[in-house]
Write a protein of this length. Structure first.
Length: 279
């Protein structure tokens, strides 16, 4: 199967450099296979094994947590699998570049959900367990989230100590954005998402970067150099002019032209995506 694809006998033993070169071909093969078939599963499993080195590399960032290494590797593998399933061949980006953020993100999520994110005194760590029990008990009885004044007698603590325990509990796990926050009356209850948070600009930036990369690559070499000098080396237009031997006015005009082309390309890409969704 797989035509001329060289399916390695021991995929996880393929050197990282060779794995990078083979992954693109295997990803094309995966896209061509029907999901649920033995062929699709075989190609997918081979891709996973070939790219295990990405997980090992990402896990190395968390080497200080040596006693959790096996857990880290396991959740990192989940990130790798998600990256394989979500990779888009139409994007001109290396698979490794795409996969590593998924792997690292899955590992960070593991720490967020399973360990204390910040140092919390032992008494407050223990109070978290009692707080959870009391909250569940009163929530079932009242039909809503209990207030600190209602939790205090159940936990045999003062209201201030209950609030302190609630704050400390946030150092162990994240709170759902759908969690209800109690007000003075039931009508004043609100979801956490109604009060805090905003869209993470990094998510849009990640998508825009992969849309922008092929547009930049299509520019003339001098135009790419100008963009690099201006936005990577952060030189002024005058410094750029001195570097390449043109006037500041010419630099300004050339940069404006390149930025217009990139902006037009981004708009066309977004428009094409909307048409596809509409269709």
């Amino acid at each position: 199967m797989g035509g001329e694809l060289p399916f390695p006998e021991v995929p996880h033993a393929v050197p990282p450099r060779d794995a990078r070169a083979l992954s693109k071909a295997f990803l094309r093969e995966l896209a061509a296979r029907e999901e649920g078939t033995a062929e699709h599963q075989y190609v997918r499993n081979t891709l996973i094994e070939m790219n295990m080195s990405l997980v090992v590399h990402a896990a190395g960032r968390f080497r200080s947590r040596g006693d959790e290494r096996e857990d880290i590797l396991q959740v990192g593998m989940i990130g790798l699998i998600k990256a394989i399933d979500r990779f888009d061949l139409s994007r001109e980006v290396e698979f490794a570049t795409f996969a590593v953020p998924y792997i690292v993100g899955e590992i960070k999520r593991f720490f967020r959900d399973n360990t204390w994110a910040v140092h919390v005194p032992r008494r407050l760590q223990e109070a978290r367990v009692e707080l959870a029990k009391a909250t569940d008990e009163l929530s079932a009885r009242l039909g809503r989230a209990p207030r600190p004044s209602e939790l205090a007698p159940v936990m045999d603590l003062s209201e201030d100590e209950v609030v302190e325990a609630q704050v400390a509990a946030n150092g162990y796990h994240s709170t759902s954005l759908d969690a209800r926050l109690a007000g003075d009356s039931e009508e004043e209850d609100a979801a956490l998402a109604d009060l805090i948070g905003q869209e993470d600009p990094a998510l849009a930036l990640f998508e825009e970067f992969h849309t922008l990369a092929p547009l930049v690559e299509a520019l003339a070499p001098r135009d790419r150099l100008l963009l690099h000098l201006r936005f990577v080396e952060e030189l002024t237009q005058t410094e750029i002019g001195e570097r390449i031997g043109v006037s500041q006015m010419q630099v300004s005009r050339l940069l404006a032209r390149s930025l217009d082309r990139l902006r037009d390309g981004m708009v066309e890409d977004a428009g094409g995506g909307r048409e596809e969704c509409a269709g």
